[in-house]
Design a protein around this ligand. Structure first.
Ligand SMILES: Cc1ncc(COP(=O)(O)O)c(C=O)c1O
Length: 387
């Protein structure tokens, strides 16, 4: 069917670089994939059981549009206990189909045509597309390894125009693993206040930090009233397939999100909401176990890549290492392609994540320890030939 019927803003969307690459990987045998952005762990058993119990108990109906009140209460209590931020579960929280939907709702609810969203990059592949789909204009602010992939406040401020509506942050960061420091976040807060901007803070990986403390953006003074906090279950609790997430923020904004959600989704899957409730109420022990294992793998992969001559920034969050491949004389696309063809190791070219990602590749350590060891052996052979 001819795609001339597609709306221009949809036809113009680029396919995600990650998908393109993984379509090739899917046709190959014996590949070790460091490419996937999701936990290799299966969802912890008690959480699975809660989902099954919900089905057997006949919880097969819609929930309220904003989601199960009990889950909204559990999420807001958890945020209050962990970060000291107060949200009213009745008016300031919505359960969504993952952070993916929460991002879509937030952009659609906030943006008038042509309004700009500042996005520090490299970043999660959907950010720019979500802004475009909502009729807005993404403005990429490049971060670099020398600054620990933290956005330079002066660059952020210099990009502000009369059309700027919001800043979209993602930390712990996919793909760099950077965790924003309180100092940088305070600077961003000052800029948001001075220019009356909304901050959309995607903190999906908030519990996956190693040796540092995660600072929740709305916990900064004055920021609760201008932040939409996005979070969820996919990464912390190894629940990607359940599709459960949330947004919390000022009642006036959340009301807008609920309205769009009501007409597009109705309510997030009920059994997933019940499973998420079990996760947030009783799942901490599993998060801690998985985090410890990620940390062990993190040390292995970061040390290993540096030893191979691929300088790798120390990631303090999420589950990605982001080595620079410039020493090989190849760009990131060529490196990823040749590594896959010659040694059957899949990594993601950094340019898929926007400006500043060129010359780097993303290696996920949400992969079994032994597989990372084998991948490093294969990469050593590769570097012997190309280093
Ligand atoms: C930073 C970031 N935000 C959002 C998402 C989407 O997550 P969800 O499964 O909650 O839709 C991802 C998934 O990789 C991510 O890395």
């Amino acid at each position: 069917m001819n795609d001339r019927y597609l709306a221009r803003h949809v036809a113009g969307l680029k396919p995600s670089g990650i998908r393109k690459f993984f379509d090739i990987v899917a046709t190959m045998k014996d590949v070790i994939s460091l490419g996937i952005g999701e936990p290799d762990f299966v969802t912890p058993e008690p959480i699975i059981q809660a989902g099954i119990r919900a089905l057997h108990a006949g919880e097969t109906h819609y929930t309220s549009n904003a989601g199960l009140l009990e889950l909204r209460q559990a999420i807001t209590s958890h945020i209050r206990a962990t970060y000291g931020v107060d949200y009213d579960p009745l008016a300031e929280a919505i359960i969504t189909v993952g952070v993916s939907e929460a991002l879509y709702l937030t952009m659609t609810a906030l943006l008038n045509p042509g309004e700009e969203v500042l996005i520090p990059t490299p970043c999660f592949v959907s950010y720019q597309a979500e802004v475009i789909l909502a009729g807005g204009v993404p403005v990429e602010i490049r971060t670099c390894v020398e600054d620990g992939f933290q956005v330079k406040p002066e660059m952020l401020e210099a990009a502000i125009t009369p059309r700027t509506k919001a800043i979209l942050l993602g930390y712990p960061n996919n793909p760099t693993g950077a965790v924003y420091t309180r100092e940088v976040l305070l600077e961003i807060a000052r800029i948001a206040e001075a220019h009356d901007l909304i901050v959309i803070s995607d903190e999906l990986y908030d519990q996956l930090v190693y040796g540092v403390k995660h600072v929740c953006f709305p916990s900064l003074e004055g920021m609760g009233q201008r932040t939409v906090l996005l979070g969820g279950f996919s990464k912390n609790y190894a629940m990607t397939g359940w599709r459960a997430g949330f947004a919390c923020g000022p009642a006036g904004i959340i009301k807008g999100l609920v309205r769009i959600h009501q007409y597009t989704i109705m309510s997030a899957p009920t059994m997933s909401q019940m499973a998420a409730l079990e996760a947030i109420q009783h799942g901490q022990k599993y998060v801690d176990q998985m985090r410890d294992e990620y940390d062990r793998r993190r040390k292995l992969i970061v040390g290993g890549l540096n030893q191979l001559g691929l300088p790798t920034f120390e990631p303090h969050g999420a589950f990605y290492a982001f080595p620079n491949v410039g020493n090989t004389g190849m760009d990131d696309e060529t490196f990823a392609q040749k590594l896959l063809e010659e040694e059957r190791v899949a990594v993601v070219p950094g340019n898929s994540f926007g400006a500043g990602g060129e010359g780097f590749v993303r290696c996920s350590y949400a992969t079994a320890y032994e597989k990372i060891e084998e991948a490093l052996d294969r990469m050593q052979r590769f570097m012997h030939r190309h280093g």
